[in-house]
Each structure stands twice: as C-alpha cells, then as structure tokens.
Design a protein around this ligand. Sequence first.
Ligand code: FAD
Ligand code: N01
Length: 540
Amino acid sequence: MADGAQGGAYDVAIVGAGFSGLYMLHRLRELGLSARVFEAGPSVGGTWYWNRYPGARVDIESQEYCYSFSPELDAEWTWSERYAAQPELLAYLNHVADRFDLRPDIQLETRVTAAHYAEAARRWMVTTDRGERVTARHVVMATGCLSVAKEPDMPGADSFAGASYHTHRWPDGGVDFTGKRVAVIGTGSSAIQAIPQIAAQAAHLTVYQRTPNFSVPAHNGPTDPAVAADWAANRAQYRQEARDAGFAIRAVRQAEETALAVSPEERAAAFEARWAHGGFCLLGAYSDLIFDKAANDTAVAFVADKIRSLVEDPATAEKLIPKTYPIGSKRICVDTGYYQTFNRPNVSLVDLIETPIEAITPAGVRTTAGEERFDAIVYAIGFDAMTGALSKIDIRGKGGAALRDRWAEGPKSYLGLMVAGFPNLFIVTGPGSPSVLSNMAVSIEQHVEWISDCIAWMGERQADAIEASEAAQEAWVAHVNEVADLTLYPQANSWYLGANVPGKPRVFMPYIGGFPAYREKCAEVAAKGYEGFLVTAGGA
Ligand code: FAD
Ligand code: N01
C-alpha cells in the first residue's frame, strides 16, 4: 500500500511536529504507510518548544495532559510537578520522538509554504521554504491552534531601542532581567504566568493591561507520590473518565446541580473548596455556569472577592477584576502568585482602558498619561488562533480554490477535520472541533486516531480521495454556531471569536458541544461509512 518515499512521494505529508504531528507519524507508520513530517522550528515539541518564557507551564494537571496511547510510555515517564513546566513537557515530547524512533521521518527547520491539490492525480503537491516539492496522497495539517504569534500592532514598535521579546518566541537560554526596568504588555495566560517570575528578577516591572482576565490558583508543587500511585493503579479508568468529561478534563469534576438551586452559603463553600483545590475545577462547581448569566455572576462575584483579598491596594484590585464578560467565556488563567505580585513595591499596573497606549517610543511606552522608560518590553499579546497557521500556507484544493478565500468570512469545516473542496486534507483540532475548549492532549489523540483510521479504511477499499460534502459541512457549521449561542461564550471578545486580531471575521471557532458528544458523532460518521463525506475510488 505504501507509495514509497523515493523521489519525494509519500502516502502522507504531515505539517508540524508538536503533540499532533508526532502521534500522527507514529500511527501512520504502524499502518505501514510512508509519511514525512515538515516542521518549521529547529526542534520537535511545537507549543512546548516555542513558548519558553519564564513560568510557562501546563494549565491541566500533568497526569492528564499527556498521551494515553502507550501504556509503556505511561509506565516509564514520571511527572515531577502537578503542573509540568515547559522544559519538562519539551523533554517529554523529545522522549516520545526518540522512544518511537520518529526522527528519521521528521524534517526540521522546514516550513511548508504551499500545498496544491492535483485533481487528475488525486495527490497533493507540497512546497517548502527550502525549495523542495514533494507529493503525497494525503496532507495532515498538524500546524497548531496557537502557533502563529500576533505581532505588536502599536505604532512605533520597531523604534524601541531596548530589547523586545514575544512570549511565543523566547530566546533559548532565557533572559536575565536583573536590574532592568521591564514592561509586559498583555494579561492573558502567557503574561499571567510570566509576570510573577519577571517581577522577582527585574528592578521594576510595569504591567500594561487592556482587559483583565479571571485567574485561579494552580497550587502547583512537586507531584504527590500518593497521586502518582493512584494514577498508576487506575490510569485506564481515569483516562476514560477524562474522555467522558465535557472538556475532556477529569479534574474539572463537573457537578450536576445548578448554582441558584443552592443557598448562598452552600455556593460559597463549594467555590471555596474548589479554589482551595486549584485549577479549572472552579468552573465545574455548577452545571449552568457557562449557560446562565445569573449563575455565572455568582462565580464572578466569588473571584472578585478573592482578588480584593489578595491585592492590598484597593484601586489596583478593582482594576484587576474583570467586569465586562462572564467568567469562563475566555479561557481562565491558572496562576502561581499572580495577584500577589501586585503587592510588590517594584510592580505597577497601567490600565489601558483609562490611559491607552499611544506609541512605543525609542525609550519605552507612551500612553495618554505620559511616557515610561524601559530596558526591555515583553509582548504577551497572544496569537492569530485556530486559523493563523493554515492561512499562512497557500492551500489550494479542487479547481485551484484557495482555503484563505474559502475562509475569508470565517472558517467552515465538517467536524473540524476536513473542508469541502479540499480532498484528502485533514486538520488536527481544526475550527469546528472541541480543540482549544478541551484538554488538547485528549482531543489530539482522538483526531489523530480518527484520521489514521479513515486513511486505513480508504486503503482497504482502494479509495483515492475523500472529501467533506458541502451539505454536511453547512449542517455542521450551523450546529457549531447553534451550540455556541446556547452558552455565554460569544459574550466575550475572545480569541475563540477572532476578536483579538483586527479585521478577522467574528465567528465562534471551536465546538462547545462537549468532547464526549463530539467523539460520539465522529465515531458514528465513521461507522456509517464516513457519512457526509464523498469517497472516490479509481476516479469514480
Ligand atoms: P503545536 O504544538 O502548536 O505544533 C504545531 C507545529 O507546527 C509548530 O511547531 C509549528 O512550528 C509547526 N508549523 C506550523 N505551520 C507550519 C508550516 N507551515 N510548516 C512547518 N511547520 C509548521 N492546551 C491544553 O490543553 N492544556 C494546556 O495547558 C495548554 N497550555 C498551553 C500553553 C501555551 C503557552 C500555549 C501557546 C498553548 C497551550 N495549549 C494548551 C494549547 C497547545 O497548543 C496544545 O495543547 C498542543 O500543544 C498543540 O499541539 P499541536 O501539535 O497540535 O500544535
Ligand atoms: O494570549 P491572549 P496568551 N495592546 O490572547 C493583550 C493558551 N495558553 O498568549 O484581552 C494591548 O490570551 C490582550 O488584551 P485584550 C491558552 O489557551 C495557555 O496569553 O485583547 N494589549 C490580552 O490581555 C490561552 O488562552 C497557557 O484586551 C494587547 C493579551 O494581550 C492562549 O494560549 C499559557 C494588545 C493576550 O492574551 C493565549 O494566551 C499560555 C494590544 N495591541 C497560553 N494586543 C497555560 O497556562 C493584545 N493585547 C497552559
């Protein structure tokens, strides 16, 4: 069945060598197929190679945020902390690459610039920035949802005479901020992890905040040996519990009762217990927190009081409390000492709603309140999420149609896996799938397994092309929107909606119907002979 890798012809070309690309390669190898991975970076690891900023770590407990496909891998790997930090996650993914001998089929420092579908041959022509052209029956875009950084868009950003950093492109070997005056622009998950670490080192840190975020404590620490032993004894069951959980996160411990059905005292106790436990489980306290504004308000009020209790200066505390969107409608941040950092004498907060940035100057940052001088500026301003990496590649399907054009009004896909008019092009955790609204380690495995099963199924039938039908795609897009509108999510100006990138169409991109329902739908589609897909064999 293998096409053979001679002369740059493969069964499958995989773009990206993060969590998704590595597992995709492993699965295809097991099927006896030839596959080549192209990775723009100098290392495997994706997210966990690029985001090396101080404090970078996972926001889902390490035991849950890792592959589940290999019991041997599970048995030989131990996590040193409850929430693993970036170096450990990168070491894990490097270990996976070595353990499964993946490296011979991975080409690093090679960016895919174009992928064009040749209809007559039913093959993709893939072009790289090294001038190579290879062909493949299938292309898997394992390019990541959060892999294209937003560039600083304030006037004068290029004029700054000091050092500029982006959290997504942190220098190898780190940065020493000792004795420096540092600005951090942004207060999303990346900033909230980096700020306490930078504050501990810098002479002075100024945080420029446009929209405050809700953050909950991680209560991170060394892995509790009892927890590790419990996981080792019950891993298969716990993994299944994660797959059966709405966000594919077991630790959320989703309760069934609704927030307003209980007394204020009972509610306060439940929130308090979950705050003490740490992480995302706060949102699992009641079943209606992401559906009902009044229920959500109770969690907002709880977190607001926590912020007031943690931040000594009342004016600073008020600025740090989000007041314009429901909790959970933007990804909650999971921090280690974030709010307490604002009690340090060397840290100040600038509220950009009161005093917007006018320009980055050669000396520092100028807001409507005046200029502050810095030695370094850290941009923690996020990503062109979900569609950014795909829109950077010149992807052309049937009739030479460009994916960029097809998605000009917002991304459309069937199940987040395939796009009508683009046969044999698969997307891992694409828009329209649970993706970033889930434990991505779980979602990635489900997608990779669905895609490899589909390719194997095609091989068994000597089918040479599979493509989402327009009708199935339209119905799925309508369903994704309908489900999003049942929740409070569209009420926030989040990157889920593309609201963080000027000019990006405002479309709710991930699927919020829950991982279990989604997984079931994908399995049902496959069991019905890939219902909603058009399959071609021998040109018919
Ligand atoms: P990535 O890890 O993004 O890998 C994609 C790779 O594709 C990149 O290495 C990129 O260089 C490469 N690539 C892109 N375009 C091209 C091209 N044209 N040619 C060649 N190569 C290309 N998710 C969670 O569930 N829990 C978390 O705690 C969590 N923490 C995160 C923390 C940070 C700082 C960030 C940014 C994201 C986090 N995420 C988290 C989401 C995270 O991206 C996923 O969990 C997961 O790592 C994605 O793996 P991936 O392989 O799909 O994509
Ligand atoms: O990016 P973000 P991120 N002027 O988009 C501000 C995952 N992740 O890298 O909200 C001034 O969330 C912007 O302000 P506003 C996780 O899924 C996980 O932090 O647009 N400010 C915001 O405050 C996360 O959700 C972890 O008003 C500007 C910030 O920059 C996703 O990645 C860690 C601005 C960007 O926040 C993205 O997180 C890190 C401007 N021109 C990331 N432009 C974990 O904890 C933007 N901002 C596991």
